[in-house]
Design a protein. Structure first.
Length: 257
C-alpha cells in the first residue's frame, strides 16, 4: 500500500503541490456557488476544502478509501459528507451532484474506467465530470528528478513516470470517450512547489508516501544515501530555498442530458 502513511506525511510530500493545484482545478471543473459537488479520492482534503470555500461545506461530499486520509479530510472540512470508500463504488445515488471531480487519483484506481463511470452516474444530466493527473512526460519536476536519479543508480527501478496511466492528453481523451462524455476539454494546469532547502525536498520521500516514497524506504541505508546525493546533484541545490514546477493535465466532460 503506497498511501498507508499518516496524512501528515502525505501533506509533507504532495500537499505543497495539491494545495496549489486545487484552486485552478476547481475553476477548471466549473465549481460555482449553488452547486452540489463531490471530491473523489479526496486524500486529506486539499480539494474538498477549496470546494467548501466556494459552495459551502454542506454542499460538498468526499470519497476517500484510506481511513486516515478520510478522517483528516473530515476534520479539515467540518460539515462535509466525507465517506471512506473507493472511487469505483461511490455510495451516493444517481444524479446526486452537479460536479464530480478527482484530483491526482485516477491513475491509482484499480479500475479507472469504472471510476469515471461512477462519477458520471452520480452527476445529474448535463453535470460535469473532471479529473487531473500529473504530466508523465517530465512536467512534474519533483518526481522527474527523483526517478531519473533512481534509474541512474538502478536501471531496474520502477520509474513511476514510465508506467503511470493517463498522464498525457491522448490517454485522458480516450478514457472520457469510452465514458461517452460530451464537450470534452483538456488543458494543462501549471503550479509550483516551494522548498526551504534540499533537506525539505528529500525528507518527504522518507515518509513512504506514493510509489516514490515506497521505493525510497525499500532501499538499504547505503542505497538511500546514494539516491539522496544523486538527487542533490541533479537539482544542483545545496542550500537555500528553491521552487520546482509541476504540470498536470486536466480534463472535463459533460454527462449527456
Amino acid at each position: 500500500m503506497t498511501f498507508a502513511a499518516p496524512a501528515e506525511s502525505y501533506d509533507d510530500f504532495m500537499g505543497r503541490y495539491s494545495r496549489a493545484l486545487a484552486p485552478p482545478f476547481a475553476r477548471f471543473a466549473s465549481i460555482s456557488p449553488g452547486l452540489r459537488v463531490l471530491d473523489v479520492g479526496a486524500g486529506p482534503g486539499a480539494l474538498t476544502e477549496v470546494f467548501a470555500e466556494v459552495v459551502g461545506a454542506a454542499s460538498v461530499a468526499a470519497a476517500e478509501p484510506s481511513a486516515q486520509f478520510a478522517e483528516a479530510c473530515a476534520e479539515r472540512v467540518p460539515g462535509a459528507d466525507v465517506r471512506q470508500t473507493s472511487g469505483e463504488a461511490l455510495p451516493w445515488g444517481a444524479d446526486s451532484f452537479d460536479v464530480a471531480a478527482a484530483q491526482l487519483v485516477l491513475n491509482f484506481m484499480k479500475d479507472a474506467d469504472q471510476g469515471v463511470e461512477e462519477m458520471q452516474r452520480v452527476v445529474k444530466p448535463g453535470g460535469t465530470v473532471a479529473t487531473c493527473i500529473w504530466d508523465t512526460g517530465g512536467g512534474m519536476e519533483m518526481l522527474r528528478a527523483f526517478w531519473e536519479a533512481a534509474i541512474a543508480l538502478n536501471p531496474s527501478a520502477p520509474a513511476e513516470g514510465a508506467r503511470a496511466r493517463f498522464g498525457v492528453p491522448g490517454e485522458l481523451r480516450a478514457l472520457f470517450a469510452t465514458a461517452a462524455l460530451e464537450d470534452v476539454v483538456v488543458e494543462p494546469i501549471d503550479v509550483e512547489g516551494a522548498y526551504e532547502d534540499f533537506d525539505d525536498f528529500w525528507r518527504p520521500f522518507t515518509g513512504g508516501v506514493g510509489p516514490a516514497g515506497s521505493y525510497c524506504v525499500s532501499l538499504t541505508d547505503e542505497a538511500q544515501g546514494a539516491l539522496r546525493e544523486e538527487c542533490r546533484m541533479r537539482l544542483n541545490k545545496k542550500s537555500g530555498p528553491f521552487r520546482l514546477g509541476a504540470r498536470s493535465w486536466a480534463i472535463r466532460g459533460r454527462k449527456p442530458a
